[in-house]
Every structure is written in C-alpha cells, then in structure tokens.
Design a protein around this ligand. Structure first.
Ligand code: AMP
Length: 182
C-alpha cells in the first residue's frame, strides 16, 4: 500500500474501511467506532500513523501527550515516528512521581486524569493525542492540565472525529483528524 500521508482523501478512505461501527455499545444509543480492524491491518495502521504524524509535525511540538488508554495505542508509534518524547496522562493512582491532576464531567459523575508534574515544561509546545474526538471533554481536561503547568497546547490530534458532537469547539488549540464522521 502506498504511503498516503500526503493524500488526505485517500487516507480517510483507507481508514473508513478499517473502522467498524458497533451500534448500542457500550450502551443503547451509542454508535461505537471500533478501531480494532485498523490495528489488525499493518498497512492501514502504518498509513494512519504516518498521516497523523505529518499533521502533528506541522505544529512544531516538543512532545506528545497521550491519554489513557486508547490514546496510548496511537501516541506510542506517533512518538517513535516523529522522534519525540511521549508523555502519558493516566487514570488516578497509576503514576509513581508527583502528579498534577484534573477532574472533568462525564455524562454521569466525574472522572480524573493525572500527569507527572515535572513532565510538562513551561513554555514548551505539546500535541494531545487520543483515538476519538467525541464531545471533547477529555481532551479539554488534558489541555487544562497542560496549561496549568505552563505548557502550550499546540494541537490536538485524533485518527477519528465525531463532528456532530462538536468537540472541536471546546478546544482552543487547532484540531487534526484523519476521518470525520457526521
Ligand atoms: P469525549 O471526551 O467525549 O471526546 O470522548 C473521549 C473518549 O471517549 C475518547 O477517548 C474515546 O475513546 C471515547 N469515545 C467517545 N465516543 C466514542 C465512540 N462513539 N466510539 C468510540 N469511542 C468513543
């Protein structure tokens, strides 16, 4: 398969064919975007990482900030592809050093995410990485975390964007996505 990193329409078509819609998962009314066929396709996954990598490269970031857990699947190969450090944002209690944390609203209740406080350097530029941009609440919380530690959110990048949920509007940083639904 040719490297489609510089052909957005071709990349979107390849990825669309490798993302499976699962209705009513994990609960009724949700159309779940299943990325496992993409992960099971070495050519498709390579195309995805190269395309997203080139989009992120254009923002001149110093490190990637990937969100647990599916953000790690994309963040790790992207960091290797770009030759950049990978910073992990994790669920509470997982990181061993001093952390900064942020709480954010879920549909029901609240959740919290943490990052090592010394991982974010004031004035440095970061790209937030996750699998899907839906309502944008998770990425917005991570942007808050980075900003609180003095970092600059240069972009947020996702293989998949659910445009009908308007997550992009909640982020003040530029958003990069490869496949836009809706
Ligand atoms: P949000 O905070 O609403 O942007 O959603 C963030 C997280 O929820 C993403 O990291 C996704 O992993 C997951 N997510 C939300 N909606 C979907 C969906 N329709 N299909 C797959 N994952 C989703």
């Amino acid at each position: 398969m040719p490297n489609a990193a510089d052909n957005p329409a071709e990349t979107a078509a390849i990825l669309t064919g490798l993302i499976r819609d699962v209705p009513d998962f994990p609960k009724p009314g949700i159309l779940f975007k299943d990325i496992t066929p993409l992960l099971e396709s070495p050519d498709g996954f390579r195309t995805c990482i190269a395309a997203l990598g080139e989009r992120v490269r254009a923002h001149g970031v110093t490190a990637l900030v990937a969100i647990e857990s599916r953000g790690f699947i994309f963040g790790a190969p992207l960091a290797t592809y770009l030759g950049l450090p990978l910073i992990v944002v994790r669920k509470p209690g997982k990181l061993p050093r001093r952390t900064e944390s942020v709480s954010y609203q879920l549909e029901y209740g609240e959740d919290r995410l943490e990052v090592h406080a010394d991982a974010i350097v004031a004035g440095s530029r970061y790209a937030i990485i996750d699998d899907v941009l839906a309502t944008g609440g998770t990425a917005e919380a991570v942007a808050t975390l980075i900003a609180r530690l003095g970092g600059i959110v240069a972009c947020a990048a996702f293989p998949i964007e659910l445009a009908f949920l308007a997550g992009r509007a909640r982020l003040s940083a530029p958003v990069e996505s490869l496949v836009v639904f809706g």
